[in-house]
Write a protein that binds this ligand. Structure first.
Ligand code: PMP
Length: 413
């Protein structure tokens, strides 16, 4: 070790006078679990990773080749902060297929949808501002708000997502200073609950957003991974039917779960005043999303491969989810309760008898199986008996074996 390193190691954290949200930072509890994922024989229901054996490797390889060969300079040079015009046109067509009419100029390409939400938070939230978040919620959304110093107020959910009546009552009775500025939700195949918000609740949410002037954030990375039930339009598609609705909805899309997260391509559709400010924030964040990635994504989308790829992955996820739920019912019928999702990547479960999922996780890891304890998805008062199981990565045979090991961890045998 060099003397410089030794000195660095001895400098206490306080010496750096970090900004308040970073003084005692908590890393992502899910990322902490990753050290076990690579262990030989581990069956992981933990990650929100798409299945590695379902990537369209050939199709993406061709798209990357075609992007570079057809315009190497566009791939190598800096690009527009708002995104490459050709990709924005392709994404506008994709949004049209999802029932959202938009102009390609309305789309802001982001480096994953995670960046999109972070940019939005930067433009709206100053320390102390109130943000509403469904609970349980996607931890990185909670974290983005925490790091911005937001006052996070949780919104109750049930097996159909946000309890809109409870939310309406809360908003109507709001007496605290500082009304909420935004509401974050994953309305379709939520992370972590797998729940999908019914159409009537979506429409009611838009009306509430307009009435209370709250930016309604629709985070939609999983919406096209449906393998059962009837499609529900995105909130943004329903917003036009409510006067002023479109002015209060910000939509985030992503290619991460439907194509590949390594591309780091997401996009935002936001009212113009918000989009303009997000672009200003992006200028100091990364100048532009990787043009090489954007060109590759554009070639992939324009190749027409996405539709059949979506059928392939949704079909595989249907089988994997079915195998997991069947095996859980078979091996641990009295120990675990869950709701069957109609798509996405997650099953939200609860251990019976008030058992603590964190304790069970320790025994599960000894048996080479993993999941994420539900506490990771709560802002304050966590339900310690809840857990999230991702069925995307394990094969059907692994799902079966993983459920057997989980049952053994639950029974202590
Ligand atoms: N939102 C949700 C609900 C997610 O689950 C994820 C990824 N786990 C993201 C956003 C971020 O996705 P991206 O790779 O597009 O940044």
């Amino acid at each position: 070790m060099t003397s410089a390193n030794t000195l660095q190691a001895r400098t206490p954290d306080e010496a750096y006078e970090f900004a308040a949200p970073f003084r005692a930072p908590q890393g992502s509890p899910i990322r902490e679990l990753f050290k076990y994922v690579g262990r030989p024989g581990m069956i992981s229901f933990a990650g929100g990773y798409p299945s590695k054996d379902l990537f369209d490797r050939d199709g993406l390889g061709r798209a990357i080749d075609a992007a570079y060969r057809s315009d190497p300079i566009a791939c190598l040079q800096y690009g527009d902060t708002a995104g490459a015009p050709a990709l924005r046109r392709s994404l506008a067509r994709l949004m049209g297929a999802r029932g959202v009419e938009c102009d390609s100029d309305d789309i802001v390409v982001t480096t994953g949808s995670q960046q999109g939400f972070d940019l939005l938070v930067r433009t709206l939230i100053a320390p102390g501002d109130t943000a509403l978040v469904e609970e349980p919620a996607y931890p990185a959304a909670i974290q983005a708000l925490r790091l911005a110093g937001a006052n996070i107020v949780t919104v109750r959910t049930d097996s159909d997502g946000i309890d809109v009546d409870a939310l309406a009552a809360t908003l109507d009775a709001w007496s605290e200073p500082g009304r909420p500025k935004l509401l974050y939700t994953v309305p379709t195949f939520a992370n972590p609950t797998g729940a999908t918000l019914p159409r009537a609740r979506r429409e009611a949410l838009v009306r509430l957003a307009v009435r209370h002037r709250i930016v309604l954030v629709e985070d939609d990375p999983y919406g096209e991974l449906r393998f059962a039930g009837t499609p529900v339009p995105p909130i943004l598609a329903l917003a036009d039917a409510c006067p002023g609705g479109r002015d209060w909805v910000v939509y985030f899309g992503s290619l991460s779960k439907i194509v590949a997260p390594g591309l780091r391509i997401g996009w935002a559709l936001a009212p113009a005043p918000i989009a303009r400010r997000m672009i200003v924030a992006k200028q100091t964040s990364d100048l532009c999303t990787s043009p090489l990635s954007q060109e590759a994504a554009r070639h992939y989308l324009d190749s027409g491969s996405l539709e059949s790829h979506l059928r392939t992955i949704a079909g595989a996820y249907r089988s994997r989810c079915g195998a997991l739920l069947k095996a859980l019912t078979h091996f641990a019928p009295a120990d675990i309760e869950f709701c069957a999702p109609q798509g996405g990547m997650f099953v939200w479960a609860r251990l019976t008898g008030g058992r603590d999922a964190g304790d069970v996780l320790k025994r599960a890891i000894e048996r080479n199986v993993m999941f994420v304890p539900g506490t990771a998805f709560f802002v304050r008062d966590a339900d310690a008996s809840s857990l999230r199981l991702s069925f995307a990565a394990p094969s059907e045979a692994e799902a079966f074996e993983g459920a057997r090991r989980l049952a053994s961890a639950l029974s202590g045998n």
